[in-house]
Write a protein that binds this ligand. Sequence first.
Ligand code: GLA
Length: 732
Amino acid sequence: MNIIWHKKSRQYHLYNDKISYIMGVTPVGELGGIYFGKKVHDKEDFSYVEYRGGLPNIVVDPDTESYSRELNRQEYPSFGTTDFGASAYEMEQSNGSCVSSFTYKSHSIFKGKTPLKGLPATYAEENEAMTLEVTLEDDVARMSLILSYTIFDKYPVVVRHAVFRNDGAETVKLTKVMSTCLDLPDQNYRWMQFSGAWARERIPQEKDLSSGSVMIESKRGISSANQNPFIIIKRPNTDEFTGEAFGFSLVYSGNFIAQAECDTYRRTRILMGINPERFAWPLDKGEEFETPEVVMAVTDSGLNDLSQTYHSLFNNHLVRGKWKNKPRPILINNWEATFMDFTEERILHIAEKAKEAGIELFVLDDGWFGERNDDYAGLGDWVENPDKLPQGIRGLARKMNAMGLKFGFWIEPEMVNPDSNLFRRHPDWALQTPGRKASLGRHQLVLDYSREEVVDYIYSMLKKVLTDAPISYIKWDMNRSLTEVYSAELPPEKQGMVYHKYIMGVYSLYERLRTEFPEILFESCSSGGNRFDAGMLYYAPQAWCSDNTDAIDRIRIQYGTSYGYPISSIGAHVSACPNQQTGRDVSISTRANVAFFGAFGYELDLNHITDEEFEEVKRQIEFMKENRELLQFGKFYRLRSPFEADQAAWIVVSEDGKKAVFGLYCMRSNVNMLPGFLRLAGLKEDAVYMLKGEEYYGDELMNLGVPVGKLSSDGLAVGRDFVSYVEVLEAK
Ligand code: GLA
């Protein structure tokens, strides 16, 4: 790994064993893009990529005679001069001018990576990464722009973000600030996004890029289940195992855009960052604005390789604290078993049975606080309801511990019900626009986390509940989108700051709680998977993936989620059947066979299943305890897509390839078909593995494939709806 500055050509080359990122100072003094992809030899000068020929109808930049921004790759293009593509930023001076040009002034190259201020970010030790910070200045607006690039030693990854600083006396307003801009030299790409809604999150969708823009966004104040802040740009022939692809993951949990723009010269520009809609950030003298970062990854070996990069990078350089790379406790959550209608006795009854099954952690969901007996009341009042918990959270936690279970509980700290003591006391603490009616979502309003006093207040309430109670886990929920966004505290010219300040408030509360209570495992949640993003993983190493716990739907949801996020982060539970969301009946074995590939748990009352099923649950828990490290942190490969076939399959392989667990699922039976073969991946070619009492070489399993007919005793194999197989392979 190195970052080279070629003084003569004024170009930078960031490289490691796998990739190169090259850019340099353009003839107008700004930064221009040269290359991002597989590693290439270093060279003093790559300026042959610059185009100086001139074309009809082109506007040429001043003082250059033949250089036009429009015809050349830009690193962080501005609006209003000779680049007519989508801009990376827009800013307005106090005289109303929106034209700017940031030119090279200096740079620094250092080992490691510095943290962002109040924002989630990847991190690295000095020997694990190198960072380049290029300082550019606009002398007219008296503004500095620092573009930051980190290259990791072991990953085909470059992480980027930008910082604006006002060095002058007059206020400058930022109205668009992307985290990255990447100009690619052609447009022969397919765009992949991960879209959905409540209960059907992160479903991959693809389209060809062609002239014009493709854009996804969130304007909900959360990253959202509708569009995930992660995209892939790949060659048309790229598949799971071969071909070139780029990934872009925004380490941010609020409003965002991701855009690909193909121009008239058949080139592609990728942009990603905070959604400019309703974003306006005035910078006074000496003030700075720092964007969130984007993790840009590249592969020439297909989408599994790209995903594995994100899995490993996020596990090792984004997740922090006690739970970093640590197998997750097997939990039981009472939500689907009781909803809000419970007593301590009922909870302990569920817990006893869970303990008997081998479960390690009990999670008390919604309904334990305030007047919270349905979803009309109580949010904001984080004090135990004595009718349900006579000795409070502390009393219940101690009883759980005495039983041999760890204990955790649910909170939704960003919300307030109009029917709550908090709202009655502080109605102005909710986001509401003067003179307008406030829209309710699940009968609740959103607290104004752009205000420090609101965050402080919620922190002190939660601290009270957490102090002296043996709490091991928190499920942090967030159940509605932001609307009528306006902060009672800010002056009119600062209202465009509220969305971003809101999420900064959320991050600050997370940071305070995890610093104060470092033992706690946080699981983020937002009506299931409404805020499943890299930003959240910095604070909460796992996320409730979806409220849809139907195993068959979950195959699709977890499969889609795996493109951008590690298996250790995917909260996955076995719930009761018929399933509460879909009404579908699936065996308890298939329910677990899907949930094994995630942060595993149960979401039902084990007193209500048959003895036979209970025995099976015990075996499942044993299996998970034995294999969870591999399942959650091994190399994960998607093998068969549930979006393309009636079957789905995946495999997780240990670092040395000697141990693997694969899952094969029949989503819909296919009458009168041969069982076929499932080609595995990641194994050692020469190693011999045992499968169903027979020996196979790794290369056989990966090339001829597993004879699917051998998996079941009746030979029907995946021939019936919702049948599944999970098998462990171990090299002899
Ligand atoms: C959301 C979550 C659920 C559950 C409920 C509680 O819907 O996604 O898992 O916690 O809230 O109200």
